[in-house]
Write a protein that binds this ligand. Structure first.
Ligand code: DAH
Length: 350
């Protein structure tokens, strides 16, 4: 072997031969044998390379370069095959493992939209300095009604469709009793919200016997209706949309005076009463407004019940329905969706 052409062609067939050898190799031992036979000190490549010094000096550099490239190529082929065999060996550890089966995607679960809205509302109010308080769902007549200026026989008790446990124990019909429980324990200034379940004897398209409310209130010296408006407007713009409009309508609640109901501009039709395609908006019944909560200035009678001086302190309170906020926020039109736990519904909140 004494021409560069001969050397190049031997190198070329060496690569082919090595490729076949790699194809046939089925164990790490086969690979090691191939390595010694081709790349070893006395192997096939070394043998071809031993002819290079005998070449004409002008041909030596090219032959040397080609031989080195072949060496690199053989090493790479060997390494690839080794990786492949190791990967297969890992699978073969468990003979029941079938790598051709499609993978299983674990169900991740998601936070229930009601829980999510409670969390969102709580974080808005804690950001404004309110504490979070919770209390019992089985409540005494005193906390659920009497201390809230709803004495026995008061006509407003009928609004509530109360579920009684005994004559003096009820399933709370609202979260307002948490105003009383919290004020009894603290002295002003106090600002708190109370999320939780409430119960009413009511069940149809838009009512469920259990739903969620969040109560909020703030008491200090010189708290005014302007504070109430500012707080609730900021809240509505954060939970719905920075551009949402807010209006306060006069209303009545026994535990606030004056009282108001708060409407926001309808989030479905953007306050126009009709959708873009001119179909009338069912959510706001074409009024452009939807009610979101009740509120007012805490009645002095309530302060007397908890031992606060009504000459010194004023405060505001509000109560909102969580499901209602969730329906508006996520465009859900059937209240029952929240309680059926249909995964096709819940997965949309993942
Ligand atoms: N407790 C009322 C209800 O369940 C809601 C409410 C209205 C709460 C006005 C308040 C308030 O704190 O000031 O219908």
């Amino acid at each position: 072997m004494n021409s560069v052409l001969e050397i190049n062609s031997s190198l070329k067939s060496l690569v082919h031969e090595f490729e076949t050898r790699m194809d046939q190799a089925s164990s790490l031992r086969d690979l090691e044998e191939a390595r010694v036979a081709f790349l070893g000190r006395k192997g096939k490549l070394a043998k071809i390379m031993s002819a290079i010094p005998g070449l004409d000096s002008s041909e030596r550099p090219l032959a040397g370069k080609t031989a080195n490239q072949v060496k690199t190529e053989l090493t790479r082929l060997l390494e690839d095959k080794k990786n492949e065999l190791e990967r297969l060996a890992a699978f073969r550890l468990d003979p029941r493992f079938d790598p051709s089966l499609p993978g299983r995607i674990p169900d991740m679960g998601s936070i229930h939209p009601v829980t999510r809205v409670i969390q969102d509302i709580c974080s808005i109010f804690t950001g404004l300095g309110f504490d979070i308080v919770t209390g019992p769902e089985v409540e005494t007549d005193f906390y659920n009604f009497e201390a809230l200026n709803l004495p026995p026989g008061h006509p407003a008790r009928d609004m509530q469709d109360t579920l009684y446990i005994t004559e003096s124990l009820v399933l709370r019909t609202h979260t307002s009793p948490m105003q009383i429980r919290t004020m009894e324990k603290r002295t002003p200034p106090v600002a708190a919200i109370a999320p939780g379940k409430v119960y009413r004897r009511d069940s149809d398209l838009t009512h469920t016997p259990m739903f969620h409310q969040i109560e909020g209130f703030l008491v200090d010296e010189q708290v005014s209706m302007a504070d109430l408006r500012g707080t609730l407007t900021a809240f509505a713009q954060r939970i719905f949309d920075p551009g949402v409009k807010v209006r306060f309508r006069p209303s009545f609640f026994p535990f606030t005076e004056p009282s108001a109901e708060v409407d926001i501009s309808c989030v479905m039709c953007e306050g126009r009463g009709r959708h873009r395609d001119d179909i009338s908006c069912r959510v706001c019944k074409e009024t452009g407004w939807v009610e979101v909560l009740g509120c007012g200035m805490i009645d002095p009678e309530v302060f007397l019940q908890v031992g606060y001086d009504p000459e010194k302190y004023t405060g505001f309170a509000f109560g909102l329905g969580v499901e209602r906020v969730a329906m508006l926020k996520y465009g859900i039109n059937d209240l029952r969706m929240f309680f059926e736990n249909d995964l096709k519904f819940l997965n949309q909140f993942a």
